[in-house]
Ligand binder design. Structure first.
Ligand SMILES: [Zn+2]
Ligand SMILES: [Zn+2]
Length: 252
């Protein structure tokens, strides 16, 4: 490296580092869980300890935890009524702490929680992120997008791609569209949920990118899995070979 390039790099680094340090001195970063002052953009030690970890043994398809290692790969539900996605991985379990983070992300425009959640998702889903040909955020219907002003799944996907150093051209939000405004899934039976989600998604793939592709869908919470299963079904009908889902949190 020439001496001039060396100094150019040093100066650029100095500006960047100094600028960030300056911002941190003016407005110190706060823990997204409790607003305590922290040294980076992550959770404080106390909030971190309240995150519900997901530990094996897990169902290899839906990611649900088994109470004990029974030597089986799939849970009863995946054996009898499997979802249309092949694999589901969550960053953490749903509890009071993760609920606070997710609600902040979704409804309170607390975009400061995004990097912390994304890092946990990137850690949990490292293998799926590397294997995926395309990464797609679960799309919102345009009316919901208009109300909220952003898609929380897309925010997470951007942050995960950055955190896991995934090539940016793997991000393809253009491939899947939500064409039906669905009602809330709460208090519905399994059949009603499936009916509610029927025809909710549409593939928009004029270039044929989906055929034989391995796809990873990013979403915030897995509750019943009906919408993710419906999206996976739609992608598989269009020729996708493998569909995995990466979530911030899973219920149950
Ligand atoms: Zn905290
Ligand atoms: Zn399962």
């Amino acid at each position: 490296m020439k001496i001039w390039e060396h100094w150019q790099n040093r100066i650029q680094h100095g500006f960047k580092y100094g600028f960030r340090q300056g911002i941190n001195l003016l407005i110190p970063p706060q823990c997204p869980g409790c607003h305590a002052i922290v040294h980076d953009d992550g959770l404080c030690g106390q909030c971190w300890s309240r995150i519900k970890r997901i530990t094996p043994p897990l169902c290899i398809q839906c990611g649900r935890g088994f109470p004990y290692a029974a030597g089986i790969e799939r849970c009863v539900r995946c054996l009898t009524q499997p979802p249309d996605f092949d694999r589901a991985i969550a960053g953490f379990g749903y509890n009071a702490m993760s609920r606070r983070l997710i609600l902040g992300l979704k409804y309170a425009k607390r975009h400061d929680v995004t990097p912390a959640i994304a890092r946990m998702m990137a850690n949990a889903g490292g293998e799926c992120l590397q294997e995926a040909d395309w990464i797609i955020p679960l799309p919102l219907h345009w009316t919901r997008y208009y109300q909220r002003g952003f898609n929380q799944s897309a925010e997470l996907a951007h942050a995960i791609i950055k955190s896991a150093h995934i090539p940016a051209d793997k991000y393809r939000p253009d491939l899947l569209k939500r064409i039906k405004k669905t009602e809330s899934q709460g208090h519905k039976t399994r059949q009603q949920r499936q009916r509610n989600m029927q025809g909710a998604f549409q593939v928009t793939d004029p270039g044929g990118s989906i055929k034989n592709a391995s796809i990873l869908i990013i979403d915030d919470v897995l509750t019943t899995g009906a919408s993710l299963s419906s999206a996976a079904r739609c992608l598989k009908k269009a020729g996708a070979k493998h569909v995995a889902v990466l979530l911030a949190a899973r219920v149950g």
